[in-house]
Design a protein. Sequence first.
Length: 222
Amino acid sequence: MSEAKSEDQLVEDYLQYILEVNQRMNLTRIDSVESARLLHIEDSLVPLDDVVAAPAGRYGDLGTGGGFPGVPIAIYSGRKSVLIDSVGKKVAAVQEGVNSLGLGEQISTYAGRIEDLTKEQASSFSVLTARAVTKLVSLIELASPLLVPGGLLICYKAQTTQDEVDSALKVCPKVGMKLIKDYQTTLSDGETLRRIFVFEKVSKPQIKLPRKVGAAQHNPLG
Ligand code: SAH
């Protein structure tokens, strides 16, 4: 019997798969193996401890694109995972890669908008991530109805203006979320800055969520 692959090996194999598919399909702008290891693996894993510390239950990656940070986080956390994106061909490629690693039982995908998933699966995720998807104010609104009480939303940000943070803080009570952690780190290249915001679902939203499809991003609260 062959030995189970290590997490490191699974993530590396997934990266190779994505770089290969990327030659035919636009999944990521990053095309060198070295920068992909930095920006897709190392960067994805920055808040792994926060994911691990969240309440027991399912993990979801909002706007997963080519499967980042979703696939590395799913593999290292071991949680049941759903990777969500509205672009069907990206999601199909991600699912194929996951299946080829033998992880199809643990990691599934949802091809559709976050708002539509919420209508089917409200209050069923313990932890969510989102990298390079949309503004904080929109993310907290989209995430809140998907989360269980005490569930976490982990946002990966690069350049964030104080305005963006302030707008989200103002809207937090309305959507039942609270900022509980905000930290920054530099990746191993010595220059790429990554800032992480962790929000907790602390109460019921004061308004009915989800609003109309697209509203959270095109007509943010506040
Ligand atoms: N997280 C990935 C991809 C970022 S690109 C990475 O960091 O590499 C943003 C992705 O979010 C796109 O693939 C887009 O289709 C998806 N997206 C944006 N808004 C969405 C929504 N409301 N529902 C589902 N997917 C969404």
